[in-house]
Design a protein around this ligand. Sequence first.
Ligand code: NOJ
Length: 768
Amino acid sequence: MISNGHRRFKVALACVGLSLAWAVPLSANSASADSASDDAAIQARADALLKQMTPEEKAAQLTQYFYLQPIPAANKPALEALRTTGLGSLLFVTDPAEVNRLQRIAVEQSRLKIPLLFGFDVIHGLRTIFPVPIGMAASWDPALVEATQAVAAKEARAVGVHWTFAPNVDIARDPRWGRIVETAGEDPYLTSAMARAQVHGFQGPRLGAPGHVIAGPKHFAGYGASLGGRDWDEVELSDSDLWNVHLPPFQAAINAGAGAMMAAYMHLNGVPAAANRNLLTTILRDKLGFKGFIGSDSGSVNKLVTQNLTRDTQDAAARAIAAGLDIEMVDPGKLAAMSKLPAAMAAGQVPQARVDEAVGRILKAKLRMGLFERPYIDEKAVEKTLNDPAHRRLARIAAERSAVLLRNENGVLPFDKRRIKSLAVIGPMAASAKDTLGPWVFEQNGASAVTVLAGLQQKLGKKVRISYSEGVRMPARMFPSPSATADKVPERPPLDETTEIARAAALARDADAAVVVVGEAMNMISEGGSRSSFTLPGRQQELLDAVVATGKPVVVVIFSARPLHLGETRAQAILDAWYPGSEGGTAIANLLFGDAVPAGKLPFSWTRSPAHAPNYYAQLISHKPNPVNGRYWNETSAPTYPFGYGLSYSTFEYTNLRLQQPSVPKSALVVLNVDLKNLGDRTADEVPQLYIHQRFGTSARPARELKGFQRVTLKPGETRSLRFVLSPDDLRYWSSATNGWVNNASAFDVWVGGNSEATLHGIFELTG
Ligand code: NOJ
């Protein structure tokens, strides 16, 4: 149940040359009639091709190689085979001329002239970079999320990419886990809304729509629940966790039409996901109804040997295919396990029909994308698409709408433009383009960023004297990140941090206010970015303390994607900007000076300490119901900020929760209204959130669960009556008592408010 600001976004979408047409479902009849005949035609073409294929050509279609320069010697023969057997897919090629060159080989030289599918990690933009996905989730604005991923798709398709390994719809309940940055956080309902929006944005109105790409939700399934938040470690999930928490976002992505899916790396309940038949076939195909193709994560078929599942790589290829996998992503420098598939077929290790089904799915994706008719891209049009100023405008709006204001004592923000004549801008992230962009941004695509320092300079011009100190350097990781480019830092002269901290404090003392930009460097999060501490890395805390000690107003801007321990910092304001992307600095300058009003809300509980993780809000009520004090004897386990939390420059009042009917049959809709008033003197957005609690039933249910939200704009003094509707689908859950879905007749609490600790309360009954 989401009502989103479609109307407001018409303007933004018009700016980026997108229409809302794609967000509006086509009339059911015509759509299904068309797609049925399309489906039949595509199936017939795929079948005709399949009949002509040798086992080697089939295995090649089930293979996806990295294409990174210089090409590792071990990969050269396989890439040469593009000329003969063809190849399913390549990833990481985004140079338009190279895309066309390689495609020409596939289409003009290989025996069956089957085009290549180009895949890439388009996570939060290609040239124009939007805030990282956790930031986009913090906007609580699916229409915006859809618009940003539509732009990402447009840029990606322009350079020749057909398939993105996104969205990441893993549930991240343990913020030690680095990949939280790519997710929508801890909540299945919010993550499902973001999953749907991203799939629609990437794919457009239908799979194969021009200017769009195939969405590949990942990582199926449960990757976010790794032991200790350690990346890649095993996952043990009960069916109840799987069905109630981890699978709903995948179901949402599938219902939105996702054309691909990526199987996870790790063991789920002892079986690596890439060869987990229960996961890939029984659950994904039979129960969730997925119709697209399933790809592996990088190298994970070969690694079935490492993970102690299979005897050798031939066995690995056979078991992955038998389990339901369709295409293997091969680690750079390795030979595809699928190269052994012909031998496995000859030895009867894998059913022929299953191989043909997999090949058929890859061919159908290529046919759907129109690659047989239009294999090449227009190289001359690329730069114009990538440099569209409307894309940058949307990036600015996205960064403004994703920022979360965590603290604002004495209304220090927004800064008063008349009073601030000098500003000290401090911190290792303040002028770092790389950290403004965040992870999953690749040099080869030429992204650039307006840093916080540059954004403030551009906004304030000569009217305000701006001084700058880097303060301290980001320390190196103890263990390098898996991506060498992430750790690559430009050569710079060494910094005497003790002297620089003193200089930064002097600059603050000499200014009307200080903006301190601290956090975790972009290579300290994401894949291989798990961390067992929430402190500010290096000497950033010392820097912050020295600046705060000046007694000047201090605003902390955080770049991070997990809760950070800001100690006892006395800074008056804290704005979490995530990794805000290409226009991050422009957006932050607008937010600090009140030309944009923060309204983002946390998509995770700001866990006080990594020792508490996981500590999400939707927990069961125990026999000792006091949820936060006394769970540990040494400190409270309450999060520093609750899920859904975020301040505004305005304040809001929630009143008058009224249920249309206090008691309804469990097959009917529950309808309620709430009045929301903007008490402040400026127009501002608020995100009303609806939480429920089922009091008794087949299983015990969490203390609170998000079941609705809206992002609304209210004028000063305006009151709006908001309507929420709960359907039986919103109220069902999977019970381990019956091993199935249940809708109980029960009593329910309902709360509506600005975060997960909302107090405005009502009660309704569902009758049998
Ligand atoms: C490994 C990551 O787990 C996956 O998410 C990504 O898409 C691939 N590498 C390709 O970069």
